[in-house]
Design a protein. Structure first.
Length: 523
């Protein structure tokens, strides 16, 4: 019996068939011509994604969150729990990626899995949650680097208790803009350069983690006991929360925020050789290695924790930046100078820089694909590629939008944090939608690629969907009591606002002209 065929905006597109010159042939089957330079190896694809997940970035910047809500127990045991659930999400995405290896990734998958009737709407919602979530990730990563630079300046000039210089919020935003400018310039280079930087970033992250997890406990004159690291539960959060379960849940945000961004492997598939195999490999391997390496980093750093209230105090030398205070005091107590700790912070800063660079890469490929299908204003302009086959306009758009999103920090950090919360919840909603469609509407019609979960695909998919639904609720809960305009968790406001905007724009306008993925083979 002939295998059923699917349509891409009227183009006859077959289910999965591996042909000679498989990458270009499969992309053509999916409705697109090859426009990007297909030169990334499996290692290069993995490296971009691994550097976006970036253990040093997520754990370092949110370590204070982990210490505040549960402390060692939440981080040491919460990390593998979140890691396992994230791995299920990654497995489901990898199976779909293998069947549809396109730069559009998630929104394309939603369109194909929903069919012609609901496909355009599903594609629209998934795509906008994905791209806004990605912009929020870039914003938060580069803003975190700008904040870390100000902490390094503070410690280098004597620390808060030694008369050190504390840059203003305007200096922070200036650093943020400068970092984005450099990232946009680097992403304007040919993909071969980005491949090199991506592999350097992956190596830096792995080596950096091992250096810091061994060096910091070794240098620290006061070390935590194994009992403290594996059994101490910090309930002194100063936020009026007494329930241990509630505290534990809030502390999971550090882990879940870190383990995001692995959809980058899917967005890079049109530039990856053997994409139907290496795209899924990139997703799975980046998550798996991050889980193992990240747990080691958490353990190593936590063995240098002896006084949680001091680490979280805004009056310490690092101004309340927990890991900076750990690094600085470890070297200062041992050698009489905190310079070594500042150097260690420099290692982290480089890792965050690479993370932001790779994040722009992923952003631009998503914007390129989404505009290729006419979903964005001025799509023709954002879809253009230069002579080096780089989506140059999408690169600079992503950098400018990330800068504009960070400007909200000048008015209110609460508003900024609410908007950036989309980086975790918004992205995971975008991850869950195609998985949900795969285990429901396309349960019987889904045709897997070379990477298949077989009969376990539906079970793994449901676990992934239920986990995303769970964290979407948990991370929307209040983080402090009593609830005021200063302590309100604005996550549901931000995510709900995005949902209202996307649905409203669909009803009022997009449903009349957006048809989901559009073939460009004859253009």
């Amino acid at each position: 019996m002939e295998t059923p065929r699917r349509l891409v905006d009227g183009a006859d597109v077959a289910p999965y068939h591996r042909l000679p010159d498989s990458d270009d042939s499969r992309l053509s089957q999916l409705g697109y011509k090859q426009e990007l330079s297909r030169s990334l190896s499996a290692i290069a694809n993995f490296s971009v994604t691994f550097s976006i997940i970036s253990i040093l970035t997520g754990i370092t910047t949110l370590y204070s969150q982990g210490l505040t809500f549960g402390g060692p127990v939440t981080m040491v045991y919460g990390w593998p729990i979140v890691g396992l659930m994230t791995f299920f999400v990654g497995l489901s995405l990898s199976e779909i990626c293998s069947a549809y290896p396109t730069s559009g990734g998630l929104y394309y998958w939603s369109a194909k899995l929903c069919g012609n009737e609901w496909g355009p709407f599903a594609s629209w919602i998934t795509g906008w949650f994905n791209i806004v979530g990605q912009w929020a990730v870039t914003t938060s990563v580069d803003f975190s680097l700008a904040q870390l630079i100000t902490v390094i300046i503070l410690l280098s000039t004597g620390g808060k208790n030694g008369g050190g210089y504390e840059p203003s919020k305007y200096v922070v935003i200036a650093f943020h803009g400068g970092i984005l400018l450099v990232h946009a310039i680097l992403n304007s280079l040919p993909i071969s350069w980005l491949s090199f930087f991506g592999q350097l970033a992956a190596a830096w992250n792995v080596l950096g983690v091992f250096v810091l997890m061994i060096l910091i406990p070794l240098v620290a004159t006061e070390k935590a006991s194994a009992k403290f690291v594996f059994t101490h539960f910090n309930t002194d959060n100063g936020e009026g929360i007494g329930s241990r379960l509630y505290i534990f849940v809030l502390g999971l945000l550090m882990s879940q925020y870190t383990l995001t961004g692995y959809d980058a492997s899917a967005h890079m598939t049109e530039e990856t050789k053997n994409a139907d195999k290496n795209g899924p490999k990139g997703i799975i391997s980046s998550i798996g290695i991050s889980i193992i390496v990240g747990w080691g980093y958490i353990l190593g750093i936590t063995f240098a924790v002896t006084n949680i209230p001091n680490l979280l105090s805004p009056d310490n030398d690092a101004g309340g930046y927990a890991i900076a205070e750990i690094f600085y005091q470890a070297f200062k107590n041992r050698f009489g100078s905190g310079v070594g700790g500042i150097v260690c912070l420099g290692i982290v800063a480089v890792a965050i820089f690479f993370c932001g660079m790779s994040s722009i890469t992923s952003n631009s490929r998503m914007a390129y694909a989404f505009s290729r299908d006419g979903a964005m204003p001025f799509s023709t302009f954002w879809h253009k590629v230069n002579k080096q086959e780089v989506p140059i306009n999408a690169v600079w758009m992503s950098a400018v939008i990330a800068f504009c999103m960070a400007l909200t920090s000048l008015g209110s950090l609460v508003a900024f944090q609410a908007m950036v919360s989309i980086a975790t919840i918004g992205l995971y909603i975008a991850y869950a939608l195609p998985i949900f469609f795969r285990v429901t509407l396309a349960r019987k019609s889904f045709t897997p690629g070379p990477f298949s979960l077989g009969r376990y695909g539906v079970v793994v998919g449901w676990i992934a969907v239920l986990w995303v639904a769970t964290i979407s609720v948990l991370f929307s809960l209040p983080v402090a009591y009593p609830i005021t305009k200063e302590t309100l968790n604005y996550t549901p406001v931000a995510v709900g606002g995005l949902l209202i905007l996307t649905v409203s724009s669909w009803i009022l306008s997009a449903r009349h002209w957006f048809r989901g993925p559009v073939t460009n083979i004859n253009s």
